[in-house]
Design a protein around this ligand. Structure first.
Ligand SMILES: Cc1cc2nc3c(=O)[nH]c(=O)nc-3n(C[C@H](O)[C@H](O)[C@H](O)COP(=O)(O)OP(=O)(O)OC[C@H]3O[C@@H](n4cnc5c(N)ncnc54)[C@H](O)[C@@H]3O)c2cc1C
Ligand SMILES: Cc1ncc(C[n+]2csc(CCOP(=O)(O)OP(=O)(O)O)c2C)c(N)n1
Ligand SMILES: [Mg+2]
Length: 625
């Protein structure tokens, strides 16, 4: 760009820059951005008028982001952000990703970061604009992804006057970030910005800078800087004494079970090798599924409420539990009276969910490499019994994923298995919180190339389609499929329009059960009658078509595969609205007495209050199992 400018442009006498841009054929990119950088403009201005002009704070912010490899900023424009968006407009290599709701901006930044592992950015204008970021940022913080949020603030001179849109972002964002500071003077840029970015990268967390719109527009005497770091520590080893204790505990145990989570992402080979030595069944927490479920001869299922009985059994039957890179949250599923050895990169995570005998602060890969030589080969009985149990459980699950022509309702298990069978080998799946998480956990087949993302730690509805925006933006040729709830999709549905606007070919599959289905099950299990959970019937395919997105409506099992095939092959965003069974039960692997009692109570109440049809419906949907 600068060669082009230097070679071709002779600065006109008075209004050089305007004539310059008028005289050039400007090229615009997909985001409507003219391809003339601020730096180039400044250089020309300086040349023309023979003096050095100061860059604005916003320019230094954008150039610091560029130096760190940031390619996109997600957000909704607004007065206090105008300085920033204007600077992004004028820079090459970074795009403003215009969404319709700031919560979506935060989710999208999180989705992008979950896929790339890199720092991503979202921004909101002052007051309500950045308030909308908050739920999405909580999700990013809990998933431990590096995200920078730029929260614009009202004019500095008005602070403390209860001015229009005044809020205190430096307080509001504290619970969803590890760094949250106000920039009140140009001299803080780029140093404080760089600290925020380094914190996000090093701690894999959210960092927030709060900056008044007027400060963004001020001149800045500093220039953009390189962060000097490229990622968090790659390898952390526990002390030798802890490794020795861990080896002793594992060697004494007769039946070791491994509970593995997302911290095993780059340690698959090491985990499998240690499982072989210890003859240990491996059960996963949900975020570990994508790394450890496939081609794993030791795998005996997902643990927890939406998991399977074989995992629960392997956990309860062991005499030593070996936790690897997991923060599996549900305390009631941990065994009692067994020895627990836990490996986690972040020491503060150790012992959080159950009592721990040996805690190893280290990354799973290096720790297992160091530990392996000290481990003795175990006998295979515990592993074999667990595998036997898992085979039966898996068969039962697969038997439920059936769709017979003409036989309604469509079982969500069948729909999920069809999605899994027909999606690309490197597809990225994003599931909404609610029953789509349950079916994804049980029926999506991973293979090491596919990814499965969700709001697993924060558990917020409406995550899937917004996160998919960030995932698809990274690679427009990769297949990105959401498993959306009808409740989840409608919560942030405005951003379906973003798919067309930004040309993102996301495939949205709606599990349309006409209700807040997951909550209905919670209510039933607690003996509470369903109330406040039913939606009026809705055809989401019609809504999509009206918005210029190809929509398919699916009412019978035989329509499922053709619709998915067509939608996946369609060269554009697509929505497949599938009417699935409302009363499908996804009960936990072991039902507690209290839950069983609650369920009976619910049935009795429903019958007494004349909701017998619902009880019959539920029986019809589930008895065939
Ligand atoms: C509706 C719903 C139902 C759910 N039901 C279940 C369920 O039944 N079962 C279930 O498992 N989950 C369930 N979840 C998800 C659950 O809330 C947690 O998100 C999940 O169990 C956490 O998985 P994890 O332990 O793999 O990941 P995380 O919670 O992310 O924990 C990973 C841990 O690994 C550490 N770590 C990261 N990198 C490394 C490394 N290189 N080396 C060492 N340590 C590292 C981290 O510090 C962290 O402590 C459900 C979620 C929803 C929304
Ligand atoms: C923002 C938010 N509000 C409420 C909840 C509580 N909640 C969890 S799952 C769920 C129902 C989701 O309904 P839907 O998206 O239709 O999925 P379904 O379970 O019906 O398949 C609700 C209300 C939540 N997790 N997040
Ligand atoms: Mg629903």
């Amino acid at each position: 760009m600068s060669i082009f400018l230097a070679d071709c442009i002779v600065p006109p006498a008075a209004t050089g820059l305007r004539l310059l841009t008028n005289g050039c054929q400007q090229v615009h990119n997909r985001f409507g951005k003219p391809r003339l950088t601020v730096r180039a403009q400044i250089r020309i201005q300086a040349k023309m008028f023979g003096k050095k002009s100061l860059a604005k704070v916003a320019d230094v912010v954008v150039e610091t982001l560029l130096k760190a490899g940031v390619k996109r900023v997600y957000g909704v424009a607004g007065d206090s952000l105008n300085g920033l968006t204007d600077s992004i407009r004028a820079h090459d290599g970074i795009d403003w990703m215009m969404v319709r709701h700031e919560e979506v901006a935060a989710f999208a930044a999180g989705g992008e970061s979950q896929i790339t592992g890199e720092l991503t950015v979202c921004a909101g204008s002052c007051g309500p604009g950045n308030l909308h970021l908050i739920n999405g940022l909580h999700d990013c913080q809990r998933s431990r992804v590096p995200v920078l949020a730029i929260a614009a603030q009202i004019p500095s001179a008005q602070l403390g006057t209860n001015f229009f849109q005044e809020t205190r972002p430096e307080h509001l964002f504290l619970t969803c970030s590890d760094f949250c500071e106000v920039i009140s003077s140009p001299e803080q840029i780029p140093r404080v910005l760089a600290i925020a970015m380094r914190t996000a990268i090093a701690k894999r967390c959210v960092a927030v800078i709060v900056i008044p719109g007027d400060v963004l527009a001020l001149g800045c005497s500093s220039v953009a800087i390189d962060l000097g770091i490229s990622g968090p520590a790659a390898s952390v080893l526990p002390p030798a004494a802890s490794l020795k204790s861990a080896a002793e505990s594992l060697n004494i145990a007769k039946k070791v079970t491994i509970l593995a989570g997302s911290g095993c992402a780059n340690a698959r080979a090491e985990v499998l090798s240690v499982a072989e030595t210890l003859q240990a069944p491996i059960i996963t927490a949900l975020r570990g599924k994508e790394y450890l479920e496939y081609d794993n001869p030791y795998f005996v299922g997902l643990n927890g409420l939406i998991g399977v009985p074989s995992a629960y059994r392997a956990m309860q039957e062991c005499d030593a539990l070996f936790m690897l890179g997991t923060d599996f949250p549900y305390s009631q599923f941990y065994p009692e009276g067994v020895s627990v050895i836990q490996v986690d990169l972040r020491g503060e995570q150790i012992g959080r969910r159950t009592k721990v005998d040996v805690g190893l602060i280290g990354d799973v890969r290096s720790t297992l490499q160091a530990l392996a030589p000290a481990l003795k080969k175990h006998e295979s009985g515990h592993l074999e019994a667990s595998l036997d149990h898992f085979r039966k459980v898996r068969k039962e699950l697969d038997d439920r994923a059936v769709g017979n022509p003409g036989k309604t309702p469509i079982h969500p298990q069948y729909l999920t298995q069809c999605i899994s069978d027909l999606a690309a080998e490197d597809a990225v799946f994003l599931c909404d919180v609610g029953t789509p998480t349950v079916w994804s956990a049980r029926y999506l087949r991973m293979n090491g190339k596919r990814r499965l993302l969700g709001s697993f730690n924060h558990g917020t509805m409406a995550n899937a389609m917004p996160q998919a925006i960030g995932v698809q933006a990274v690679d427009r040729n990769r297949q990105v499929v959401t498993l959306s709830g009808d409740g989840g999709l409608s919560m942030l549905m405005g951003d379906m329009l973003t798919l067309r606007q930004l040309e993102l070919n996301i495939k949205i599959v709606v599990f349309n059960n006409g209700s807040l289905g997951f909550v209905e099950q919670e209510m039933k299990a607690a003996g509470i009658e369903n109330y406040g959970t039913a939606f009026c019937s809705q055809n989401f395919a019609d809504i999509a078509n009206a918005a210029g997105i190809r929509g398919w409506r699916v009412d019978t099992p035989e329509q499922v595969k053709p619709a998915l095939n067509e939608a996946f092959a369609h060269a554009g965003p697509a929505l497949i609205d599938v009417a699935v069974a409302r009363q499908e039960l996804s009960l936990p692997p072991t039902i507690s007495l209290a839950q069983a009692a609650g369920f009976n109570l619910y049935m009795i109440k429903a019958m007494i209050h004349g909701d017998g049809d619902e009880v019959m419906d539920m029986a019809k949907t589930n008895l065939w199992h």
